[in-house]
Write a protein that binds this ligand. Structure first.
Ligand code: RB5
Length: 172
């Protein structure tokens, strides 16, 4: 097969068996361009992608309007994993973690993209569209999607202590 020089290995990569296949994605204006790039990559890799918006670049849109529906879909099991993007990734992370049952984290490097799933069972990766280059964002998303929760007893114990806070903690 002739390979055009501008193609990289990731252009030929597709979902390995046993890894999450339904992926939700959402972004505000700060992450819109990254979202469009990642949707293309995810679909080319044969993921079933649900795009929670924004559907176009709107400078005045608000990240909770897209991130919260994505986080709810993750909590309900309607998608297996989520990708939440805003300018820094911070607002997306704060909003996603307000939805009970969701564990979301802002990720800037590969170690945490993997270990955040293996140890902490995160289901949503949060990215800064103004911080992380698109090609590296795709590497982080792939690492996150390919990782599996280890299920180790010590991690389950720690996660149970975190989950126990939901509905118990009140505003200070
Ligand atoms: C919007 O300008 C920006 O604040 C938002 O995309 C995000 O970075 C918030 O954390």
């Amino acid at each position: 097969m002739a390979v055009s020089p501008e193609k990289t290995m990731t252009d030929f990569w597709s979902v390995p068996a046993g890894i999450p296949k339904r992926v939700g994605i959402a972004a505000d204006h700060g992450g819109f361009e990254s979202k469009e790039y990642l949707v293309g990559k995810l679909r080319a890799a044969q993921y079933a992608v649900v795009d929670f918006g924004d559907e176009q670049q709107r400078p005045d849109d608000d990240y909770p309007d897209f991130i919260v529906p994505l986080a709810r879909a993750v909590a309900r099991g309607e998608v297996d994993r989520g990708v939440a993007i805003c300018g820094s990734g911070v607002g997306a992370c704060v909003a996603a973690n307000k939805v009970p049952g969701v564990r979301a984290c802002l990720i800037h490097e590969s170690f945490s993209a993997r270990q955040g799933v293996e140890d902490d069972d995160i289901r949503v990766i949060c990215l800064g569209g103004r911080v992380v280059a698109n090609t590296f964002a795709w590497e982080l998303v792939r690492t996150f999607l390919e990782a599996r929760f280890s299920g180790a007893e010590r991690h389950r114990r720690r996660l149970a202590k975190v989950s126990a806070l939901e509905g118990v903690e009140t505003r200070i």
